[in-house]
Design a binder for this molecule. Structure first.
Ligand code: ADP
Length: 551
């Protein structure tokens, strides 16, 4: 090596040493803003002592992240705020590609913005991603920088987290307000619907009081009472069902059920309404019986709700058709009417809770807007579906329920049906216990008409005494009783020698699983919800083993 060359190298080394000393000094004095190692030019120091210090201080104090980038997106400089946003040490960002800190799903959008930013301003949203995977919603603004200023693009990063938070809060607030409004509407409708039957009931009671037993006055009044009470029971049942569905507490009592029985039960319930509105209700059943694995009462409720809607939403004298057919593995139930129809934009929300197309209370046939919710949930609980079709307002509607059908032989069903019809119910001794004397008297009177021997008790102590002396086959025992409640009365009856084999049925207003469990552990055989479903009681009496009768 020549002396000259050696001299030049020594000079170069000395210069680098001086630079290194300067760097060390700058680091010690805390004035280093950034230290960049550039392969071509060696280390470069950015200090706050430089001429652009006021601007740098400004940028450091900003609430936004800020960075200058090379054309390829490499970070030349960035403020501390950006490092805080990304939760990475500041020095790791310098020389890194900002692209790598963008959420993978948003990188294409970021690259597009960056490409634009080389020539003109542009902005857009992209989510940044922290090392722990957390996403930070951000608004990025790109600006091209003047030539020879050490970087090509400036970028500002606005954290949108708190804005998003506000937006979410506002949306939640909106949803709450909407729910509160729907609840108020619902309560108004409920009050209206519960009040509706009260006036005719009051009138009927007055008529009965004044009629002096004249059949021509008594019969229509009792018919009216029955209709109105049925409507109230229906309303309250729907309400309870919705509550149970919301709590996931509805239980199905599934067994093979003939669709003919479901249809019969539903049609029987709706026929008085159809008749009063002069509708022509036509039922078509297939020649071969179809069975499903389901809960007869619930499925009859599904079909009954659709039929009563068809009646309600069709002008007097309409045509309502109910048909059942088998489509491959499915039983298909169609309820079609030529009534007011449903607008296309209402079809989707019609199964929502409290949804009513016309919520004005003036509408004659309003309900609570929960019937179709129940229909849908109950169909789904049976593994089925429900769909609605309507060509539009005034064009009628069709509801189609599809349920999984069982593969059954027609013969077996026919013989089962015949057997159930000819079942003979022997006379039983029945003790009816209820502190509501009207409820107890009327139930006992009905049972007497069916040929059974009955006795009454109106409190728990009376019930225990009557059980010992009357020795009934069956006790229908209310739970909320004076002196001794139904659970305690049941326990005491079971302690009696004759009480061991009696059929004890709890009759209560509460049908939740917890109530059933309690009555079971008190010694009840069965739990029935008030008002007692009379056909179910008849089935129970038919099913009671003959040996049970002591009489
Ligand atoms: P409700 O009958 O108590 O109002 P539903 O849940 O049974 O509640 O029905 C919700 C709404 O769907 C009704 O208020 C009515 O607007 C509309 N609807 C239901 N069935 C029919 C039908 N067959 N024809 C026209 N509209 C119907």
């Amino acid at each position: 090596m020549s002396d000259r060359k050696l001299q030049a190298e020594i000079e170069d080394l000395r210069r680098r040493l001086e630079e290194a000393e300067e760097t060390i000094h700058a680091i010690r004095s805390g004035a280093v803003d950034a230290l960049v190692f550039d392969e071509a030019n060696g280390p470069r120091i950015y200090t706050l002592e430089t001429a652009d210090r006021p601007y740098r201080l400004l940028v450091e104090q900003m609430q936004q992240g800020a960075a200058t980038l090379q054309a390829d997106g490499t970070i030349v400089y960035c403020n501390v705020r950006l490092a805080q946003l990304l939760e990475v040490p500041h020095e790791r960002l310098i020389g890194a590609a900002l692209h790598d800190f963008v959420a993978p799903a948003d990188r294409a959008a970021y690259d597009h913005l960056l490409g634009q930013g080389r020539n003109r301003s542009g902005q857009g949203e992209a989510r940044l991603q922290r090392a722990d995977g957390a996403l930070v919603p951000a608004y990025l603004t790109f600006n091209p920088l003047p030539k020879d200023c050490g970087a090509d693009i400036g970028v500002l990063v606005t954290d949108l987290t708190s804005q998003r938070h506000h937006e979410q809060l506002a949306a939640a607030h909106e949803a709450l307000a909407d729910a509160a409004r729907r609840k108020d509407e619902f309560l108004a409708t409920l009050a209206h619907e519960l009040r509706n039957p009260l006036a005719p009931i009051q009138n009927a009671v007055q008529i009965l009081r004044l009629a002096g037993g004249k059949p021509q006055a008594v019969l229509p009044a009792t018919d009216m009472l029955e209709r109105q009470v049925r409507q109230m029971v229906h309303l309250v049942d729907d309400l309870l069902d919705v509550g149970r569905i919301n709590l996931g507490k509805i239980e199905l009592r599934r067994e093979p059920v003939a669709l003919a029985s479901i249809v019969d039960q539903a049609v029987e319930a709706v026929r008085p309404l159809a008749r009063s509105l002069h509708h022509d209700l036509r039922v078509t059943l297939p020649p071969e019986p179809i069975t499903v694995d389901g809960d007869l009462t619930r499925l009859a409720q599904v079909v009954g709700n659709l039929l009563s809607n068809a009646c309600k939403f069709t002008d007097n004298g309409g045509l309502i058709r109910l048909s059942v057919e088998r489509e491959d593995e499915k039983a298909v139930i169609r309820v079609r009417d030529n009534g007011i129809g449903i607008a296309a934009d209402e079809l989707a929300r019609i199964f929502d809770m409290f949804a009513q197309v016309d919520s004005s209370l003036e509408r004659v046939q309003s309900g609570l807007g929960i019937g179709l919710t129940l229909v849908k949930k109950l169909a789904e609980m049976h593994g089925g579906t429900v769909e609605v079709e309507s060509a539009g307002v005034g064009q009628g509607s069709e509801f189609v329920v599809r349920l999984p059908a069982l593969a059954e032989t027609a013969e077996r069903l026919r013989s089962e049906l015949a057997a159930s019809k000819s079942k003979f119910i022997p006379s039983r001794r029945i003790l009816v216990v209820d502190d509501n004397r009207d409820a107890a008297d009327s139930l006992a009177a009905l049972l007497k008409l069916e040929g059974h021997e009955t006795q009454l008790a109106h409190d728990g102590v009376e019930a225990v005494a009557a059980a010992a002396t009357f020795k009934p086959d069956l006790v229908l025992l209310d739970i909320g009783l004076p002196k001794l409640n139904g659970y305690e009365a049941a326990r005491k009856i079971r302690e009696q020698p004759s009480g061991k084999h009696m059929m004890l049925v709890a009759v209560t207003g509460w049908g939740q699983e917890e109530d059933r469990r309690r009555s079971h552990s008190a010694g009840f055989d069965l739990h029935m919800v008030k008002p007692v479903d009379y056909p179910a009681l008849m089935r129970l009496l038919a099913a009671m083993p003959p040996g049970r009768s002591i009489g």
